[in-house]
Design a protein around this ligand. Structure first.
Ligand SMILES: Nc1nc2c(ncn2[C@@H]2O[C@H](COP(=O)(O)OP(=O)(O)OP(=O)(O)O)[C@@H](O)[C@H]2O)c(=O)[nH]1
Ligand SMILES: [Mg+2]
Ligand SMILES: [Zn+2]
Length: 342
């Protein structure tokens, strides 16, 4: 049945209503920011100094100075962008416990995901490597593929960790599923926070780098992080739900920890979905390491790699050079993206 055409243009009244909502929202944000800066009114500010953002919750940003002491800071509007975990900032002390951030120093990398109001939310900055964690009981390759696209797009080195190997029924079968990722050159490490399998190797990988642990709630991010963090600072861990094996969103904000052997680690809250809203439907395939080299060869420039003659991706699959699951994953990601996503 032919679908009824709907007009995508909005009329003047709708535009006005949208603008009014936007204005109210931005007034609220400014009011909240000024409220957060109340303590500055009578304060004599200290000299500007450099600091490191170790956590961000609500209006407060926890900043650590060069001596490792932390201070709760508000953010001056002039800072321009919201500081996140891993950011290096310029800040000034207002009193013994509070300060204000005036600038965010240029970042060398950022990891983002979609936030409220279709805006991109930056999760962390200046990260050297992203550890994508899944478990032996739920090898979520769909989520791995999404995170890999995000890491490739952000030019951050990804490493795949399979935790809870102590519970694996058939570890050979599990590792077989990871072969395409190994062939693409991604480091893969089977580990267990419980039995300590692979923990020494993971420890070496973390040393002297800024890393982030990402993955669904309950995969064991905080349990692993605790291996390198002094007990008094260690993040809480939560039990998984018995029926689904999923976690309970125990970690609620990303936090940066200094590791005992050198380097820093950001433990992040588990997320249900990881969208790729800054990437377009058309170019998402370029971030699939195994598929990307074949894209130029397809006969049609808008090839969907599903049925077209002269499709180099399909022939690479036939020749065993790309795993079919990866193409399925690409199509699933594309289907989940809006058509005009740019
Ligand atoms: N058997 C087994 N259980 C583990 C392992 N690692 C973590 N767990 C358990 O998994 C549950 C969830 O662990 P957390 O470390 O809180 O998971 P998380 O990824 O930080 O979860 P969120 O903070 O909710 O995102 C806890 O009951 C841990 O004891 C492991 O290697 N083996
Ligand atoms: Mg946690
Ligand atoms: Zn093709």
């Amino acid at each position: 049945m032919p679908r009824k055409k709907t007009s995508r243009t909005i009329n003047h009244r709708q535009k006005e209503r949208i603008n009014a909502i936007r204005q109210r929202r931005s007034d609220r944000i400014v009011a909240r920011q000024e409220e957060g800066l109340d303590f500055l009114k009578d304060a004599t500010l200290g000299k500007p100094e450099e600091g490191l953002v170790i956590a961000h919750f609500g209006l407060n940003v926890e900043v650590e100075n060069s001596e490792g002491k932390s201070c709760r800071c508000a953010v001056r509007e002039t800072a321009g962008i919201e500081p996140v975990c891993g950011d290096r900032v310029i800040w000034q002390k207002a009193n013994s416990e509070q300060g204000v951030i005036t600038a965010v120093i240029d970042r060398h990398s950022i990891l983002q995901r979609p936030g409220p109001y279709r805006r991109l939310k930056t999760i962390a900055a200046n990260i050297d490597q992203i550890f994508i964690i899944t478990t032996s009981g739920h090898l979520n390759t769909g989520l791995i593929d999404r995170y890999l696209v995000a890491a490739e797009a952000a030019k951050i080195q990804p490493i795949l960790l399979i935790n809870k190997m102590d519970l694996a029924q058939n570890s050979d079968e599990l590792m077989e599923q990871m072969i395409p990722y190994k062939e693409m050159g991604y480091p893969i490490l089977p580990i267990s926070a419980t039995s300590n399998l692979g923990i020494a190797e993971l420890s070496n990988m973390l040393t002297d780098k800024i890393s982030i642990f990402v993955g669904q709630s309950g995969v064991g991010k905080s349990s692993l992080a605790r291996k390198w963090i002094p007990q008094e600072d260690a993040p809480a861990i939560g039990a998984v739900k018995e029926n689904s094996n999923m976690g309970r969103h125990t970690t609620t904000v990303a936090r940066l920890y200094h590791l005992q052997n050198g380097g820093s680690l950001i433990d992040s809250p588990g997320i249900r979905e990881f969208g790729l809203h800054n990437i377009s439907r058309e170019n998402v395939a370029t971030f699939f390491r195994d598929i990307a080299p074949y894209l130029e060869g397809c006969r049609f420039s808008n090839c969907s790699h599903s049925h077209e003659p002269g499709c180099m991706v399909l022939s690479a699959i036939k020749d065993g050079k790309i795993h079919i699951n990866r193409l399925k994953s690409l199509h699933r990601i594309q289907e989940s993206m809006p058509k005009n996503n740019r």
